[in-house]
Design a protein around this ligand. Sequence first.
Ligand SMILES: C[S@@+](CC[C@H](N)C(=O)[O-])C[C@H]1O[C@@H](n2cnc3c(N)ncnc32)[C@H](O)[C@@H]1O
Ligand code: SF4
Length: 390
Amino acid sequence: MVGLLNKPGYRYGAYFHIPFCDTKCVYCDFYSLTNHDQAVRFYAALKKEIPLRLLADPIDKPISSIFFGGGTPSLADPADLGDCIRILADHVPIVQNAEITLEANPGTLTPEKLTSLLSQGFNRISMGVQSFSDDDLKFLSRIHSADTAKKAVNDAASAGFSNISIDLIFGLPGQSAEAWKRNLEQAVNLPISHISCYNLIVEEKTPLFSWVKSGKIQVPDEDHNSELYEITIQFLRENGFEHYEVSNFCRSGKASLHNSTYWSWDPWLAFGPSAHGFNGTTRYRNFRNLGRYLEFLESGKLPEEERESLDSITCTNEKLMLGVRTVEGVNIEQIWKDLTAGDSKNLRHKLDWFEKKGYLNWSDSFLKATPEGLRFGDFLAGELFIDPAV
Ligand SMILES: C[S@@+](CC[C@H](N)C(=O)[O-])C[C@H]1O[C@@H](n2cnc3c(N)ncnc32)[C@H](O)[C@@H]1O
Ligand code: SF4
């Protein structure tokens, strides 16, 4: 099974959304609350949700990865998270070497907590570092300093985590190419095996959005962001990281199994408010509201707000979009049967053209980006989109 987990088609993930944070960061649009009054009720409800979800969406493969995201799951009592893993394991098989990740804010980790997380079964930690500049961290309203973040990474390694990832954000207001490169230099000197580098998104309804809209803050233009992205790719490659998805880089063999599940069109279960799941044909989403979420589960109902069975063109478009964003790619065997003769001819023509350019590889059964093509993943995805109305 170990080798098979690296292949699309053999994976089934489980995502748990923990909706609490210490403070709300000015750029963040994820569903999270700074009022923790309902935390005890929430963990009780989350544990009840597991068997209910499995009744609605039974799974046909063992679970290969579990990911606790948020919000700030590292604020939770590790025993509550461990209970969720054990309840899941009581209902479905989990592969022996499953990847079990905790998303963590470095400002919430202590050596004791890290040891406790290991004993609950976690074997991977993904830390939201964002920057190694204290000025950037203050601007982003993070609760930690650069030194705290470095200490948290080192503490995780000393505790026994051999799979540590960090998130960084580039394209911050006033961030020069040199300043961004200094971030990368500090990152690669830490005991990490994975880095996600995200271009700052100015999300609506965040304080950052109003500052940018009112002109109080200016974000860099696209050319500057492209330069920072190119620096990222080159620097991380030179320092032993493989670029395997548009925003993700890893040391050999340390790609995120859980995120690869999303990117290769494999299914995953979802638990917690605002969580999205996919069972292979149908997508669902839970209420993005803790009150509604609790109300439903406490009366024995699944807290699902939306459920959508995907039509064949939507499936095709999603597979194409995902396929051109990873070097692992997606299985596209099915899509030719679902396309009209005209769409199929047109798509084959475009795929041939991008293959000649060296941006992707394809056959009748798979589609994947080349390392060169990854830098244009978003552009390629737009070019391959099939308009259902035509
Ligand atoms: C759900 S957040 C959770 C991580 C954890 N709560 C923390 O912040 O430390 C996952 C990652 O998304 C990225 N992110 C969140 N909002 C973003 C935005 N507006 N633009 C770019 N990246 C963002 C950050 O790098 C963050 O670490
Ligand atoms: S800690 Fe993470 S999830 Fe919470 S508000 Fe900040 S970025 Fe968002």
